[in-house]
Design a protein around this ligand. Sequence first.
Ligand SMILES: C[S@@+](CC[C@H](N)C(=O)[O-])C[C@H]1O[C@@H](n2cnc3c(N)ncnc32)[C@H](O)[C@@H]1O
Length: 245
Amino acid sequence: MSTADKKAIKAKSKNLPQRKTSAQPEKDYERHFAFLQQNPARFQIFRERVFDQGVHPENFVDYECAFAAQTIQPLYPRSILDIGSYRHFILGLLAHYPVTTLDVRDRGPLLANETVLTGDAKNLTLPDQSFDLVLSLCSLEHFGLGRYGDEIDFQADQKAIREMIRVLKTGGHLIFSTTITRAKPAIGFNAHRIYDYSMLRDFCAGLILKDERFYSHRLKGFCSLEEITTDRQGWDVYCGCWQKP
Ligand SMILES: C[S@@+](CC[C@H](N)C(=O)[O-])C[C@H]1O[C@@H](n2cnc3c(N)ncnc32)[C@H](O)[C@@H]1O
């Protein structure tokens, strides 16, 4: 997010009605606790001090999900394949669309319009040209490293991208997010790979770029490619939407 954007959000939030909060909940805790003990109504009362005040926390996951939601919104895909993305995001998506989900870790369908497949992303047992949208958030960088119980295969990420493109219909979209750095690409074995921009562009050779965004942990928001980390073992986030011609 640019400094101008941040200033605009700050200025906007100044005009919002301020929510009334209890003045000093930490300081008043004992008094409120004693009151509850004397007036428990139908509850049992025990101590569990937690204070999560202030601005609601956001992290890279929020930005990846926001990118995916924003890019899916105008597409109205009739068939969606998800590979490994955040379960909570997919459950939200299922409110609007049937989704076929594939992950190497087994899980049950939680809604009737979810078709659950358990398998390895590098070898999809699905026909060519079968989905309008293939989605994969925060997963590519893990494939083939064994972290999630899949077979060790250091080319699994390249194979999986080829498979995602194979099962996409002509005109369909591939939306994915993954790690990115401006330092030398790296494998933090066995947690994840960290790609550079040229590797990600190579993965998508032959596809048409529709939109891409970068998230910086340092800036806590979307940023330009030039603002991506150069820390040797650090990583930021790439989000891309590509169309199969
Ligand atoms: C960082 S997690 C993504 C978020 C996670 N699904 C959640 O709901 O929190 C990476 C996901 O990729 C899946 N995965 C890892 N290797 C895989 C493979 N080779 N094929 C398919 N899925 C794989 C993992 O099981 C995991 O769910």
